[in-house]
Design a protein around this ligand. Structure first.
Ligand code: XLS
Ligand code: NI
Ligand code: NI
Length: 444
């Protein structure tokens, strides 16, 4: 055991003063015939939780971790798996996600690296046996090693393309072995620094070729998990090819890939793209492509991926509104792609961070559920577009008329009358839902 001082985190309710207890996340509480745990499907990101050591460009490692004094890389790999399962079980988190390179050290050749992986995967499978914790998704790290300096599938060097392909092949086999619900493609270094040295057309074609190969191989080995693209507009490259949902969807459509993919939407990536988190979720949802979420929070004053644990109730409310309208996230989930701040370096801080994130999403879910159930916002929206339910509007929607008929219809009509968009009123309604939730829980 690594976190001996910390007991199982339980739900104590809104009046609890215990920092190591849930105030709002009660996993067995039922909403719409489903327990909160099934609505939220929380997941731990292995990389930020087990591997982040606190280093930043100005300072070295500072995280106090119970495995800090283990030197042998394979021993450390096994122990971190044990720590992951201990954390997940204590926090009552059912899922985790990992990159191939998070869980096992690289060897001198890919063959050796794969052998290391096999050993650690066998250890993961031992832990999976009791069924308490499962794998949400797997991915391949195609960006940390210097070989990926110019990208992976979009590298100008075909040897790099081959290496990346072999790596994803192995990661898909692992995903199948551990029963992952999904497989994520985040762009890594698939992008460019300058167009002056870049064959944009070839790089995009190659990216599509690579994804087709992945789809084919998954079919071949019978991996049936959901493929997910995780868009991000910049970082590490100046321009990432999977910029945002709209851009990535059009890429997938162009190359005949959209049937096989949904999206994994990360809050901080949305804001980096100049969108709200809700925008990206909505755009994916209305296209039937909202698959999973990387739950974190950006900092609007900073232009990079800060991966903070989410604590903003306004954002989680609007996010869960989209998730409810999506009919849930299954088989995806809410993966905390989030790390503690450098100043939060104790093991307890890890637990406090997850509790904060889980409580914040539980609150978001409860408020969003109320909003959807009351239907007040929906009614206003419905009223706003009601013109398309009858008359000329209905004909437009049904594709029954064209420019000539529309001209004929409108040409002699008197002044057109518009109605208010009610923006500020609706924003205050949203506040009312949030504040009423606060008041109701205060009285408990
Ligand atoms: C980086 C991404 C990454 C993916 C997994 O910004 O969020 O962590 O989620 O490769
Ligand atoms: Ni992510
Ligand atoms: Ni990210």
């Amino acid at each position: 055991m690594f976190f001996d001082d910390i007991k199982d985190i339980s739900y104590e309710g809104p009046s609890s003063k215990n920092p190591l207890a849930f105030k709002y996340y009660n996993p067995v509480e039922i909403i719409d015939e489903k327990p909160l745990s099934q609505h939220l499907r929380f997941s731990i990101a292995f990389w930020h939780t087990l591997n982040y050591n606190g280093a930043d460009p100005f300072g070295s490692n500072n995280m106090i971790r119970p495995w800090n004094d283990i030197d042998d890389p394979m021993t450390l790999a096994f122990k971190k798996i044990d720590a992951l399962f201990e954390l997940a079980e204590k926090l009552n988190i059912e899922y985790f996600c990992f990159h191939d390179r998070d869980i096992a050290p690289e060897g001198d050749t890919l063959r050796e690296t794969n052998k290391n992986l096999d050993k650690v995967v066998a250890h993961i499978k031992d832990h999976l046996k009791d069924g308490k914790v499962k794998v949400l998704w797997v991915t391949a790290n195609l960006f940390s090693n210097p070989r990926y300096v110019h990208g992976a599938a979009t590298s100008p060097n075909p040897y790099v393309f081959a290496y990346a392909a072999a790596q994803v092949k192995k990661a898909l086999e692992i995903a199948k072995e551990v029963g992952a619900s999904g497989y994520v493609f985040w762009g890594g270094r698939e992008g460019y620094e300058t167009l002056i040295n870049t064959d944009l057309a070839l790089e995009l074609d190659n990216l599509a070729r690579f994804l087709h190969m992945a789809v084919d191989y998954a079919k071949k080995i019978g991996f049936t998990g959901q493929f997910l693209v995780e868009p991000k507009p910049k970082e590490p490259t100046k321009h990432q090819y999977d910029f945002d949902v709209a851009n990535a969807l059009s890429f997938l459509n162009k190359y005949g890939l959209s049937d096989y993919f949904k999206f994994n939407i990360e809050a901080n990536h949305a804001t980096l793209a100049g969108h709200t988190f809700q925008h990206e979720l909505r755009y994916a949802r209305i296209n039937g492509k909202l698959g999973s979420i990387d739950a974190n929070e950006g900092d609007l004053l900073l232009g990079w991926d800060v991966d903070r644990f989410p604590t903003n109730i306004y954002d989680t409310t609007l996010a869960m509104y989209e998730v409810i309208k999506n009919g849930g996230l299954y088989p995806g989930g809410l993966n905390f792609d989030a790390k503690v701040r450098r100043g939060s370096f104790t093991p307890e801080d890890l637990f406090r961070a997850f509790i904060a994130g889980m409580d914040t999403f539980a609150v978001g879910l409860k408020i969003a559920h109320r909003i959807v159930e009351d239907g007040e916002l929906d009614e206003i929206i419905e009223e706003r577009y009601k013109g398309y339910k009858k008359g000329i509007g209905e004909k437009i929607v049904n594709g029954e008329i064209g420019f000539e008929e529309l001209e004929e219809y409108i040409i002699d009509k008197p002044q057109i009358v518009n109605t208010s968009g009610l923006q500020e009123y609706m924003e205050s309604l949203l506040n009312q839902y949030i504040l009423n939730f606060y008041l109701e829980n205060k009285e408990r």
